[in-house]
Ligand binder design. Structure first.
Ligand code: CIR
Length: 256
C-alpha cells in the first residue's frame, strides 16, 4: 500500500519542455493546471496524502517528478537525470524526499552514472531498470548497490525504442503487468499476467496502480476495459497536455 505522494505544479515554461512529438503542439498551461488539479484529486481518492511542490520556472519539465527520485518502502534514491536540461531538477526534490526518510535511508546517483526514475519499475522488493538513452550502466550499477543497502534487488532491461521503461510498462500488483511496444516480446516479462496494449493506444501503457485503484489516461477505451475486467477501481484522468511532452500519469508523481 502507498501512503504518500509528491507532485510538482507544471511551470508556465512547460511550453519549452523536451518533446519527441512536436506535431502534437505546445501544451496549454492553463489546461495543464486543470488536469494537474484533477490528477491530485485522483491521488487523494486513492487514499494517499499529496505533497504539492511549487512550479520551477527554470525547469520546463520539472512537473515530471518521477524522474528525479525513486522512493521505496525502505529508502529513497535521488537520481541523476540523463537529460542535461533536467539534471539540476534533482537538487529541488531532496528536501521534500527527506521529510519521509532518515539520512541513512537516502542514496544518490552520481556522475558518470545517470538514471531517470521513469526507467525504474518496482515489483515488490525487486526493480526492473531500463538501460535507455537517459539511464546508463553505471547509473544502474549505483542504483543496484543502493537497493542492496535497503535489502532490495534489481535487474537491467535492454531497450531500444521507448523514452523510458515505464513508457511501455505498468505493474498493477497481483502479477498483472501492462505491456506495450517493444516490451511485448521481452522474455523477462513473460512470467507476468500481461495486458497487451495495442499500437493505436500505446500511450495508455503508462497507468498507475495505487492501493487497488488504477488511474488510466482519458481516451484509451481498450486499455481501460482490460484494466476494469481485472476488477480494479479505475479512475480516468485527462493528461493530454503532458502527453505533448512525452509525459504521462506515472511521470507526474512519486508514490510510496
Ligand atoms: C522528458 O523528456 O524528460 C520529459 N519531457 C518527459 C518525462 C517523462 N517522464 C517519465 O516518463 N517518467
Amino acid at each position: 500500500m502507498f501512503k504518500h505522494t509528491i507532485v510538482r505544479r507544471p511551470a508556465k515554461s512547460m511550453v519549452e519542455g523536451i518533446t519527441s512529438a512536436p506535431e502534437l503542439g505546445k501544451p496549454d498551461h492553463a489546461l495543464a493546471l486543470k488536469q494537474h488539479d484533477a490528477y491530485i484529486e485522483a491521488l487523494k481518492a486513492c487514499g494517499v496524502d499529496v505533497l504539492v511542490l511549487d512550479a520551477l520556472e527554470d525547469y520546463p519539465d520539472s512537473c515530471f517528478v518521477e524522474d528525479v527520485a525513486v522512493c521505496t518502502r525502505a529508502g529513497a534514491i535521488i537520481t541523476n537525470p540523463g537529460a542535461a536540461s533536467r539534471n539540476k531538477e534533482k537538487d529541488y526534490i531532496v528536501d521534500a524526499v527527506k521529510k519521509f526518510y532518515t539520512e541513512d535511508q537516502m542514496a544518490y546517483i552520481t556522475a558518470p552514472g545517470t538514471l531517470d526514475g521513469g526507467d525504474v519499475m518496482m515489483v515488490g522488493d525487486h526493480f526492473y531498470v531500463g538501460l535507455s538513452e537517459r539511464t546508463n550502466a553505471e547509473g544502474i550499477d549505483q542504483f543496484t548497490k543502493a537497493l542492496a543497502k535497503f535489502g532490495m534487488t534489481c535487474e537491467a532491461v535492454e531497450m531500444k525504442e521507448m523514452l523510458h521503461l515505464k513508457t511501455g510498462l505498468a505493474y498493477l500488483e497481483n502479477n498483472n503487468l501492462i505491456v506495450g511496444g517493444e516490451f511485448i516480446t521481452t522474455p523477462v516479462f513473460e512470467k507476468f499476467n500481461r495486458l497487451e496494449v495495442s499500437e493505436d493506444e500505446a500511450y495508455s501503457c503508462n497507468c498507475i496502480w495505487i492501493n487497488d485503484n488504477v488511474i488510466v489516461p482519458a481516451g484509451y477505451p481498450k486499455t481501460q476495459a482490460k484494466v476494469e475486467a481485472l476488477g480494479y477501481n479505475v479512475i480516468v484522468v485527462d493528461t493530454s497536455e503532458f502527453r505533448k511532452l512525452d509525459g504521462g500519469l506515472s511521470c507526474l508523481s512519486l508514490r510510496f
